[in-house]
Design a protein around this ligand. Structure first.
Ligand code: ARG
Length: 275
């Protein structure tokens, strides 16, 4: 079988220091406050992810640590950017509300056009963008965190069509735990995380998708970051890595066991800055 030529594209990412990461509250089914976190190991694993992205040719900005914001490390939730415009986040739970201002300050300092949201949304946790699919389309999840009113607001702010997808399994409470782009026009996803109607929509829009199963999804195998060729994903997602390799991508396993205790993995730690 002839595999398509998978070409990487240089990206700019935003990560956030893991220095204050802890499981101090439980707002998703993965979090268990009685579970100790190894701070040294968190730091080592996170730093290795950062270095791997840089060594692959990408630019990585880092938000400094903030005491009192243990989930700030999940940088993907702070905003959503398309074509140089940043649509800010408005977190569902009070424990994370203050993170939005940290992200906003970053975008404003860096000279982005920043639009403050009026609706609840958790940034790239629930939004993603495929520049090469259907002329440039935004996919947006709802059901647990982001409100559909924010999908409409994102469409007004960013001027791209937004396809709303209903999430139905609380273990996969953000879109980025169930679906991620592999390149400008291809996605990987776990159908079981979506409503029957949303599964039909995805099958119609992305007939060439790489489909994951429950084991892949449970190993956070969809919580990946891809540059179009190199796919950074959790080391334990071995089945997903095999599926990606069979589709012509290059899986790059990353060990992030400590952050999984917070209910996140590779993608949750990495926001893409689309200038
Ligand atoms: N503890 C965080 C929360 O529940 C994890 C966020 C994971 N981030 C993500 N992009 N899925 O909000």
């Amino acid at each position: 079988m002839d595999l398509p030529d998978r070409t990487p594209r240089k990206r700019t990412y935003l990560m956030a220091s893991p220095d204050h990461f802890a499981v101090e509250y439980a707002i998703n089914p993965w979090m268990d406050v009685t579970m100790p976190v190894d701070a040294e190991l968190v730091h080592k694993q996170w730093e290795r992810l950062r270095r791997t992205l840089v060594e692959s040719g990408h630019t990585v900005h880092v938000l400094p640590p903030r005491a009192g914001l243990p989930d700030l490390v999940f940088a993907a939730n702070g905003a959503f950017t398309v074509d140089g415009v940043a649509y800010g986040a408005r977190f569902r739970y009070p424990q994370r509300t203050a993170e939005a201002a940290v992200h906003r300050a970053f975008y404003e300092t860096e000279g982005w056009e920043f639009v403050a949201p009026t609706q609840t949304n958790e940034g790239e946790g629930d939004f993603t963008y495929l520049p090469g699919a259907h002329g440039g389309v935004i996919l947006a999840g709802y059901g647990f965190r982001t409100e559909t009113a924010a999908h409409a607001e994102a469409q007004e702010v960013l001027g791209r069509p937004v396809v709303s997808l209903k999430l139905v399994d609380s273990r996969f409470y953000h879109l980025d735990t169930a679906l991620q782009p592999l390149d400008d026009s291809t996605v990987a996803y776990y159908p079981g995380a979506f409503s029957t109607a949303a599964q039909r929509v995805l099958a119609q829009l992305f007939p060439d998708a790489v489909l994951a199963d429950e084991v892949d999804a449970y190993a956070f195998g969809l919580n990946l970051v891809s540059d179009g060729r190199n796919v950074f994903l959790p080391a334990e997602a071995t089945g997903m890595a095999a599926k990606l390799a069979a589709a012509g991508y290059r899986p790059v396993p990353v060990e992030l066991s400590e952050l999984k205790k917070g209910g996140g993995s590779v993608k949750c730690c990495v926001a893409e800055l689309r200038g």
